[in-house]
Design a protein around this ligand. Structure first.
Ligand code: HEC
Length: 115
């Protein structure tokens, strides 16, 4: 009797684990690289101000690739905000064109929305 009960508990546990795994698969789907579903205000700011140099998908052009890179180059978003605000080399300063909030939003987008 004890063993049968143990097996039943085991079956239920495995069943729940399998269900959780399947749910996790579906929940994680949108955040896979290339299928980023970030829909913040930063997306439009990026398209209007940054895409011409960094590419609409952040893959680079006149400016370096940002997608998949900025979180490694700038572990601290504040350092990335500083580059966008003050410019650097061929990177124009946006501190005069965009508000602090807009810069924070577009930086957030490059970190989360470009995959
Ligand atoms: C006129 C072209 C141009 C535009 C427009 C532009 N960038 Fe850049 N960006 C560059 C260039 C060139 C660099 C490389 C500068 C350097 O390394 O000194 C750069 C560098 C950067 C970097 C640093 C990347 C790294 O790997 O160090 C970030 C972050 C960045 N840009 C974000 C943005 C954002 C956000 C916008 C829009 C608000 C934007 N850029 C608009 C040309 C541009």
């Amino acid at each position: 009797v004890g063993f049968k009960r143990f097996v039943t508990i085991l079956e239920i546990t495995v069943g729940i684990a399998a269900l959780a795994f399947v749910i996790a698969l579906f929940v994680n789907e949108p955040s896979q690289p290339g299928t980023a579903s970030y829909q913040g205000p930063g997306a439009a700011i990026f398209a209007a101000n940054c895409a011409r140099c960094h590419g609409a998908d952040g893959s680079g052009g006149i400016g370096p690739q940002l997608a998949d890179r900025v979180t490694k180059v700038f572990p601290d978003p504040a350092a990335q905000i500083a580059v966008v605000t003050h410019g650097r080399g061929g990177m124009p300063a946006f501190g005069g064109d965009l508000t602090k909030a807009q810069i924070a939003q577009v930086v957030d987008f490059t970190r989360k929305g470009l995959g």
